[in-house]
Design a protein around this ligand. Structure first.
Ligand code: NDP
Ligand code: 8X3
Length: 234
């Protein structure tokens, strides 16, 4: 039987690269995001290129009721989820603490922390029943070190790091592995989103460095997901 993976934030960047990587390896994939046209296009691409079976689900991870309604009512054939990648996330703005916008802060916390919790709470019961599973949370180097004007984005990723450790301890008894991935700069739509469509500011994020690509991160995630049951890359 084919394995099933659920990837949040599959319409772009790291999540989209993961969808391609796992499709090429024969997984059945649940792809999620808010942009339905992109989900539809990716579904067609993966079905045609890899003969993959894809379920596309459109919802906002910040919306607890929508997450519960969608993931709490998965078709039976899709409930036996082997891997969950909690990838949906963003930075909104890059400002000194005293200048930053409260709405940006709420968006980051609601997406990167609350969204991860809502999705995990919907999927963990399915893994508990099966007594196996692997949850892969997208942290960041920003969840390990704080940088100037990173304040609440960094705090949200510190929370992802702490929650990954907490989930790993609590879920071990069900043979559920938890891995946190903490990349440095990855060239995706992340900077464009952070700077609210300002392409010059976004491009400057990557000036003078060779950033990671979404494929680099997807390769790392794939490696972590293929290890024997007794091996967990924390
Ligand atoms: P992108 O902007 O390219 O992709 C972000 C993805 O998250 C999109 O698919 C977007 O889908 C989804 N998303 C954002 N908000 C929501 C929401 N409220 N509900 C549902 N889906 C949402 O950025 P990346 O691929 O770079 O980012 C992926 C993850 O990697 C994030 O958690 C980010 O913090 C983390 N990360 C990124 C790094 C980088 O330098 N790029 C480095 C380290 C970590 P849609 O808009 O369709 O909803
Ligand atoms: C994204 C990487 O360095 O822009 O998490 O915070 S960084």
């Amino acid at each position: 039987m084919k394995k099933i993976i659920l990837i949040t934030g599959a319409t772009s960047g790291i999540g989209q690269a993961c969808a391609r990587k796992f499709a090429s390896a024969g997984y059945q994939i649940i792809i999620t995001g808010r942009r339905s046209e992109r989900l539809a296009a990716l579904k067609v691409e993966l079905e045609q290129q890899f003969d993959a079976t894809i379920l596309a689900l459109e919802f906002d991870v910040q919306d607890r009721k929508a997450v519960e309604a969608t993931l709490g009512n998965l078709p039976e054939a899709w409930q036996s989820i082997d891997i969950l990648i909690n990838n949906a996330g963003l930075a909104a703005g890059r400002d000194f603490f005293e200048d930053a916008n409260m709405d940006d802060w709420e968006t980051m916390l609601n997406t990167n922390v609350h969204g991860l919790l809502y999705v995990s709470k919907a999927i963990v019961p399915l893994m508990v029943v099966n007594k196996k599973g692997h949850i892969i949370n997208m942290g960041s180097v920003a969840g390990k070190e704080v940088y100037e004007k990173g304040n609440v984005y960094c705090a949200s990723k510190f929370a992802v790091d702490a929650l990954s450790k907490a989930m790993r301890i609590d879920l071990l008894k069900y043979n559920i592995k938890v891995t946190a991935i903490h990349p440095g700069a990855v060239e995706t739509e992340f900077a464009l989103v952070r700077f609210k469509g300002d392409a010059d500011k976004a491009a400057a994020t990557y000036t003078g460095i060779k950033p990671l690509s979404g494929d680099d991160v997807a390769d790392t995630i794939f490696y972590c997901s293929q290890l024997p049951p007794h091996v967990c890359i924390n």
